[in-house]
Design a binder for this molecule. Sequence first.
Ligand SMILES: *Cc1c(COP(=O)(O)O)cnc(C)c1O
Length: 489
Amino acid sequence: MEKRLKPMDAEQLREYGHKMVDFIADYYKTIENFPVLSQVEPGYLRNLLPDSAPNQPDSFQHVLDDIQAKILPGVTHWQSPNYFAYYPSNSSVAGFLGEMLSAGLNIVGFSWITSPAATELEMIVLDWLAKMLKLPEDFLSAGQGGGVIQGTASEAVLVVLLAARDKALRRVGKGALEKLVVYASDQTHSALQKACQIAGIHPENCRLLKANSSTNYALSPELLSETISQDLAIGLIPFFLCATVGTTSSTAVDPLLALGKFAKSNEMWFHVDAAYAGSACICPEFRHYIDGVEEADSFNMNAHKWFLTNFDCSALWVKDRSALVQALSTNPEFLKNKASQANMVVDYKDWQIPLGRRFRSLKLWMVLRLYGLENLQCYIRSHIKLAKHFEDLVAQDTRFEVVTPRIFSLVCFRLLPPPNDEYHGNKLNHELLDAVNSTGNVFVSHTVLSGKYILRFAVGAPLTEEKHVNAAWKVLQDKATALLGESLR
Ligand SMILES: *Cc1c(COP(=O)(O)O)cnc(C)c1O
């Protein structure tokens, strides 16, 4: 008796697909019943699952039961309205539908011919998004530049660093790799450091310049200028400057205009990382935070953070796409085709590290079409308003302080340390974080600024409302009261 597997049966897809959508919809309805931060111990899953894969098929219902009983306890619920850690990673119905369609078509769009719609839709939606952000025209696909969807901001900074490195080496000679220098503030995301390691930049030539509270942790153009002068004096070659709009610790905004001028006068590539805060710049009242982006060679914003597009979708724009292509293109025989050979098309394989690529533009297109600019602006404003509200709550409690001025939807705050005792202040805040997160009612994360241990409260989950912010603050206050009571004893 021969049994043949039918892995893509349309009727089975319909039946199970509907069940899976129901399962996910129920998940969202009951999401607040789970501890927002998973409370399992490391290795918990080994004890719950068999040692090897099944010989014979399992039933779909059985798998769903296991997801409920064994997988969900080990999930941290990023979409919970009580999630305030790191930065948000939005999902939405529109984003979900786009992701679903992308999985359904399951194309691999590395060059234009492998699915013309994938390449062309990506160019179009990134032009749309560039216009929403009022990016300079040089970033649009009509000229020498254009946008591309990377998986993450980390890949975005890596590909532009490689493009910049090779562009610089073409200018100064291949032997000069050891002399190339990268500049950024010490608040820059660690993705830059990783990119430098991969790109073969000499470890001592990755200058992470100190940013402190006097500039609210923004990079100082004077310090940059001094450092560049010193490096030039000893024969080094500045080639890459990374500025951040909305740093990961505290949403600091580097002064793009001033920094960009230095980059230009030193023939450096200027990259702007606005992974989180870029989303806010679709609102006219926040657009000024990227004033000076005109000076940039590349600009990055994560649509998968605070822009309702399910992970992963990181939008990168460059002014000179040939720099990317020169660094990253290959042209093996088995990929040759008429359109590519005639240079009539964009082949996104030459703008990224991997060959294969998903049809990610579908979900961004869905988000832009099903919500529209005005709704998206309101969405951003509502979170900023909630963060402002939280900031007010913190400011009213004399046991706490707001540590850096709130700019977007992140509040950096802490319990005030005992007089002249930063050490115990740090310990106290660490304990407060653990106490709060172990309740399962809220998830907050931390950072360290100028040696101070600080709590980060990032509003931005799609389901978060004022009542959730108030409840989270109540948990923080109650745990603070308990901790301070203990330390008095
Ligand atoms: C989140 C973040 C990153 C890293 O994002 P990935 O997409 O996970 O690589 C980089 N830079 C900034 C400013 C960020 O906020």
